[in-house]
Design a protein around this ligand. Structure first.
Ligand code: GDP
Length: 479
């Protein structure tokens, strides 16, 4: 009986308390799905029973309607005739996520798309972006792929497309159509540069109408989940799915994003070699949006000052009086991620040249120095993904303002980070950093519109769980 209990606990742990499906074949599939539980601390947040149930239901729908299934082929034929009335008999509705922007942005918009798919009973299919997505992420759903077959021309769907919801509203196509015939597909543009008409997407009326259109194509570089929480039609469902509202990305992110075996190699080798044996791990994610090549002294000061004020790392004795090697403190591994090497070099130097007051031994590691952001480069993106994941394995995390790279790390790790305030005029901000209200990502471009009253409103002041972000005053986040 002992053995069975142990196996059960291991399985439960591996499947992240029921978040993951047990239908995958452990032998032949993606290693990270099972091994992540070995190196990641157990989450303090359990997925609700209802979320588990909905995920299993979604997986069944995906299996029935996914790419190349009979129902899928039928639905594609209907879409090509662009008429939703012909689709009355189809059970499958689709949401196509278009690959776009940096890796952090991608992960966040894809998670938002998946939640939207759950809420509107659509099947999520993703644009592979060449082979980018499949080289980074394992298939999240058992049996049937989530990759959209290649015979779709997605380039035509951008802000200017006549098929965009915003443009259809502007041109009154959707008005007329709503009375008679709705189109067979619609493109929704939810990127930072979207227009007032596009933002109507977040109104209940428009959601109800959009639900009748079998194919939805979506391009976004944002975590638009907070605004979904302001749509009354989804309120009940969201309450059941996420009794704790600040766990949306934590659960859905760990459900969807499993590193492929080659990325898992990067992660696990690095973790075992540099991080596993330390008593404590601290992550520092440095993302600079100022022009010019760093390291900038005002950022370096900010990092030191944040670490010291928040007691994230022991202070050093600048007088070097402590020379005894007998004072043994903890071993602390610091994982720095940055496009430039300068910051971690300085930090490492500091803890080599000077002792810590409490005897802590501080080691500093930075996996890569890629210099600049690259969008369509495999090995670059694999390293970026590995670094995001490694940051998520730390015990405490310091992040940079405005960065989706950091948001993903904090969410996967279940960490409430210390966010470094964005420097203004190239000076060290005071305070240098502040602990976030929650581990949720920030929606950088939310609408400020009251759909009923048809005028502007502060959407960060409607309900207590949707607030303005710490790092971007006009953004919204779940708390
Ligand atoms: P954001 O721009 O900070 O919101 O994050 P994104 O992930 O969307 O885009 C930034 C891109 O720059 C990443 O996807 C990487 O390609 C690259 N990048 C930025 N910071 C780092 C870093 O610390 N390490 C690595 N390897 N790449 C980075």
């Amino acid at each position: 009986a002992m053995a069975t209990t142990n196996t059960n606990t291991t399985t439960t742990k591996k499947l992240l308390d029921g978040l993951l499906s047990s239908e995958f074949d452990e032998q032949s599939s993606c290693v990270s799905r099972y091994e992540s539980a070995l190196i990641r601390k157990e989450s303090q947040h359990k997925p609700s029973g209802y979320l588990q149930e909905r995920l299993r239901k979604y997986e069944a729908l995906h299996k029935k309607c996914g790419a190349y299934t009979e129902l899928y082929n039928q639905s594609v034929r209907h879409m090509k005739s662009n008429d939703s009335t012909e689709n009355d008999d189809t059970e499958c509705k689709y949401l196509v996520w278009i690959s776009y922007s940096g890796l952090g942005n991608k992960i966040l918009s894809l998670t938002s798309a998946f939640l939207l798919a759950l809420l509107s009973n659509r099947v999520l299919l993703i644009d592979n972006g060449g082979t980018d997505m499949s080289s980074l992420f394992c298939e999240p759903f058992p049996n049937v792929s989530w990759i959209l077959p290649l015979d779709f021309n997605l380039k035509q769907f951008d802000k200017k497309s006549p098929y965009s919801y915003g443009n259809m509203v502007k041109n009154k196509v959707i008005d007329d159509a709503a009375i008679g015939v709705l189109p067979g597909y619609v493109y929704v543009h939810l990127s930072h540069d979207y227009e007032e008409e596009d933002k109507l997407f977040f109104c209940e009326q428009d959601q109800l109408l959009l639900q009748k259109i079998p194919w939805m194509l979506l391009r976004s570089n944002n975590y638009f989940v907070p605004s979904l929480f302001l749509i009354p039609a989804y309120e009940d469902e969201l309450k059941w799915l996420f009794p704790k509202k600040d766990t949306v990305f934590h659960h859905l992110g760990r459900y969807l994003f499993h590193p492929t075996n080659s990325v898992w190699g990067l992660i696990s080798r690095y973790y075992q070699a540099y991080l596993a044996k330390a008593d404590e791990r601290l992550g520092i994610q440095i993302r600079i949006f100022d022009e010019g090549t760093g390291p900038f002294p005002y950022v370096m000061d900010q990092i030191f000052s944040c670490l010291s004020r928040e007691k994230l790392l022991a202070d050093t004795d600048q007088t070097n009086q402590m020379v005894s090697t007998k004072v043994i403190g903890k071993s602390k591994a610091v994982l720095v991620t940055s496009l430039t090497p300068g910051y971690s070099e300085r930090l490492k130097e500091m803890y080599w040249e000077h002792p810590t007051w409490n005897g802590d031994a501080v080691s500093v590691y930075q996996p890569s120095q890629e210099d600049h952001q690259q969008i369509e480069n495999h090995s670059h993106n694999m390293k970026a993904w590995a670094e995001i994941y490694l940051l998520s394995l730390t015990d405490e995390l310091v992040t940079s303002s405005w960065s989706t790279f950091g948001y993903v790390a904090q969410g996967l790790g279940g960490l409430t980070p210390w966010i470094m305030t964005k420097p203004v005029n190239r000076t060290t901000p005071d305070p240098p950093c502040k602990q976030a209200m929650s581990m949720e990502p920030c929606f950088h471009a939310p609408p400020f519109y009251d759909c009923k009253a048809k005028r502007g409103i502060d959407t960060g002041a409607i309900v207590p769980h949707v607030r303005h972000c710490e790092d971007m005053t006009w953004g919204l986040k779940l708390v």
